[in-house]
Design a protein around this ligand. Structure first.
Ligand SMILES: N[C@@H](CCC(=O)N[C@@H](CS)C(=O)NCC(=O)O)C(=O)O
Length: 213
């Protein structure tokens, strides 16, 4: 059976919802991420990167990185159509997923959550197009600019990559839900997308397990 390692408030929620969407048989292990559990044993032996999500698969192998886990789950459950098989659809799905992971999360929210890792804090930093900012202010601008770039995409369609749920929606979902938690107002189409994700039975179930409702 598969096992998902997750922590409260983390991006692992996207993978957890995906497991529900595909109807997988899985178990979970909750980690005190804020308390440093991902940087201590025994977890470090499982994922030396010190991050969740981690998927321990039925054959005992470990898969890390949100995008890789999401793609593997989608490809091993093709009947759920969570990753288009045509070249254009697949590329567009990964385009959004990569932007969420690499820029909105990796460059933006990471500066808000872990500003110390982007130090030194007592100097201002230059970001192309953003000028001089403190680390947290930079993070906020990167996030808001990222949301503004993605918002028009959701004006044309209900889902990130068209008219059906794909793994890009699960990536978008985890950063969208961080917005209100960090005083960020989502643009209108992303807010509608977040509301529709919150209405899904899979999300209800996962949020119950996570103790959020
Ligand atoms: N590139 C990784 C990033 C994962 C990541 O940043 N996970 C965060 C939670 S959202 C984490 O485990 N943080 C723990 C820490 O850095 O101490 C992925 O896509 O899976």
């Amino acid at each position: 059976m598969m096992k998902l390692f997750w922590g409260p408030h983390t991006c692992a929620i996207g993978i957890h919802v995906l497991l529900e969407e595909i109807g997988a048989d899985y178990e979970t292990e909750k980690l005190d991420v804020a308390g440093g559990a991902t940087h201590a044993q025994p977890f470090l032996a499982i994922n030396p990167k010190g991050k969740v999500p981690v998927l321990l698969r039925g054959d005992g192998s470990v898969l890390t990185e949100f995008g890789a886990i999401a793609m593997w789950l989608a490809r091993t459950h093709p009947e759920k159509s969570l990753l288009p098989t045509d070249a254009e659809g697949e590329a567009r799905t990964i385009e959004t997923l990569a932007y969420v992971e690499g820029t909105i999360h990796g460059q933006g929210f990471a500066r808000l959550f872990m500003p110390e890792t982007f130090g030194p804090q007592d100097v201002v930093h230059q970001v192309t197009g953003l000028g001089s900012r403190s680390v947290k202010a930079q993070g906020l601008e990167i996030v808001e600019r990222g949301f503004a770039i993605l918002d028009p995409m959701l004006a044309r369609h209900d889902f990130a990559a068209g008219d059906a749920l794909t793994i890009a929606d699960l990536a978008l979902f985890y950063v969208e839900r961080w917005a209100p938690q960090n005083g960020i107002t989502l643009p209108i189409n992303l807010q509608r997308h977040l509301d529709s994700m919150f209405a899904r039975p899979s999300v209800h179930k996962v949020r119950q397990i996570w103790g959020e409702q």
